[in-house]
Design a protein around this ligand. Structure first.
Ligand code: ADP
Ligand code: MG
Length: 323
């Protein structure tokens, strides 16, 4: 049973960044307004996520670590019609199977909370304790009991950059949540949570970038786009500053990348990429989402429509700036 858990865990937990992604999603689902993400050594030795969300009732803490105990499949439905929900309700169980994990949680209004320690899927300690409302997950020594997977990890700085990418993108996708990100004891950024995208971009990408970002808002019968697009002089050597959200969720999309790059084509030096934070709203019936634990991909039923809408929206707003 132990071995099965470890193998299955590989589906969800590919690397430290997948742990961070799952835990942040849980915090957001728990309606946290403040989330702190702390990592050490690229998340290999330590990942600590603290939220002020609804917490887990004491009598449900251990069951949260069993597979397929999720009660929130409906949450994903606001996005689409999903083919595979197989991994839902597996994150905590999978992470606990391949790490030394500690959880401290308290429900709003309760006098005491609960602390559990689980090593390699085995419950090591369980106690009632005083703690703040919300949930803290501490994940230490990822893959300590799965050497084959541990060997496969890249160096801490590379694993850390994968985590940073996820934390940056989630913070930009949720300006209504205050994110604090701490990497090897230093604060990387701290967003206000005031639901102000400009402020989030300022905190995440810095003053030089936000000065060069233009607000965009366009809408037709089927589609709406809002967000911030960088003037051409703010550009990057890779695509990691192209941020796309569909109906509020971060996704990867080749179509959106190529639409954005088409709009900037004549404006950017070769091999340079724009900085954009784009929220797109679309009827969920017009997309198919393939939700895999390690990625979020979307297929648009009408690719041409979305492509030209994005190209035209960006061109129009860049032109208005008189570049
Ligand atoms: P899923 O998120 O798909 O339900 P998980 O394994 O990620 O599955 O989490 C299991 C359950 O534990 C969740 O359904 C939720 O009830 C609870 N949970 C996990 N993380 C948190 C959190 N940060 N705050 C409150 N509840 C949480
Ligand atoms: Mg989850």
């Amino acid at each position: 049973e132990h071995t099965i858990n470890q193998i299955a865990a590989g589906e969800v937990v590919e690397r430290p960044a997948s742990v961070v992604k799952e835990l942040i999603e849980n915090s957001i689902d728990a309606r946290a307004s403040a989330i702190t993400v702390e990592i050490k050594d690229g998340g290999i030795s330590l990942i600590r996520i603290t939220d002020n969300g609804v917490g887990i009732p004491k009598d449900q803490v251990t069951t949260a670590f069993l597979r397929h105990t999720t009660s929130k499949i409906y949450k994903v439905e606001d996005l689409n019609h999903i083919d595979s929900l197989g991994f839902r309700g597996e994150a905590l169980a999978s992470i606990a199977a391949v790490s030394q994990l500690e959880m401290i949680t308290k429900v709003v209004g309760d006098v005491t909370g609960k602390r559990v320690e689980i090593h390699g899927g085995q419950l090591k300690a369980e106690q009632e304790i005083g703690c703040p409302e919300g949930t803290t997950l501490i994940v230490k020594n990822l893959f300590y009991n799965v050497p084959a997977r541990k060997k496969f990890l890249k160096k801490p700085s590379t694993e850390g950059s994968y985590i940073s990418d996820i934390v940056y993108k989630t913070a930009l996708g949720h300006p209504e949540v205050s994110f604090k990100y701490i990497n090897n004891n230093s604060i990387v950024f701290h967003t206000s949570g005031n639901n102000d995208l400009r402020n989030a971009v300022f905190n995440v990408y810095g003053k030089e970038v936000i000065k060069k970002m233009i607000s965009i808002e366009e809408e037709n019968n089927n589609l709406k786009i809002t967000g911030l697009i960088g003037k051409p002089e703010v550009n990057r050597a890779n695509r990691s500053y192209e941020n796309f959200y569909i109906n509020g969720r971060y996704i990867k999309s080749k179509i959106l990348e190529s639409a954005v790059e088409e709009a900037y084509k004549t404006l950017l030096p070769i091999n340079k990429f724009p900085v954009v934070v784009l929220h797109i709203y679309i009827d969920p019936n017009k997309i198919d989402v393939n939700v895999h634990p390690t990625k979020m991909e979307v297929r648009f039923r009408d690719e041409e429509e979305i492509y030209y809408f994005v190209v035209e929206s960006i061109r129009k707003n860049l032109k208005q700036e008189d570049l």
